[in-house]
Ligand binder design. Structure first.
Ligand SMILES: [Fe+2]
Length: 163
């Protein structure tokens, strides 16, 4: 019995195939990193202990809101250029570039150090994608620029706590 399959490319793209593929890859990679950042920051939000518990606990939720909002922007930009976004947990687990975060209670300084390193890694990955999209799609590049700007601000604010 024949089964109905999804249309091959239901969403058209303003980009040519090659530019769409390069741009879609940059968006998909950013999506996985942002979803993972959101998950790991929630894990830290629940597991942080220490003298600065409350500050770190609340600041993590601000970062989570930022990561979630940008993940949605990035996924929807992928859809808008005709690339199906993949935010499934198994895809995130195998494709995220965020550093590992171990299970268990974490003291506040340990959490701050982790977040600084995770943001630093994410910023360098987003900046790489800003370069990659320079010739393929300036609209996507503009989104990545605004993400980098916000992440770098956040990186400063987390890093300032280690001084
Ligand atoms: Fe909470």
């Amino acid at each position: 019995m024949a089964t109905k399959t999804a249309a091959k490319a239901p969403i058209t793209s303003a980009l040519n195939d090659s530019d769409r593929d390069v741009t879609g890859k940059a968006l998909q990679g950013t999506l996985l990193d942002l979803i993972d950042l959101h998950l790991v920051a929630k894990q830290a939000h629940w597991n942080v202990v220490g003298k600065f518990f409350r500050d770190v606990h609340l600041q993590l939720d601000e970062l989570i809101d930022t990561a979630r909002a940008f993940a949605d922007d990035v996924a929807e930009r992928a859809s808008a250029i005709g690339v199906s976004p993949d935010g499934r947990s198994s895809t995130v687990a195998s494709g995220s570039g965020m550093p590992k975060f171990d299970a268990g209670w974490k003291n506040d300084r340990e959490v701050i150090e982790y977040i600084v390193s995770a943001l630093s890694e994410l910023i360098s990955r987003v900046r790489m994608r800003i370069d990659e999209t320079d010739k393929t799609d300036l609209v996507t590049q503009d989104l990545l620029l605004s993400i980098a700007s916000e992440l770098e601000k956040s990186h400063w604010m987390w890093q300032a706590q280690l001084a």
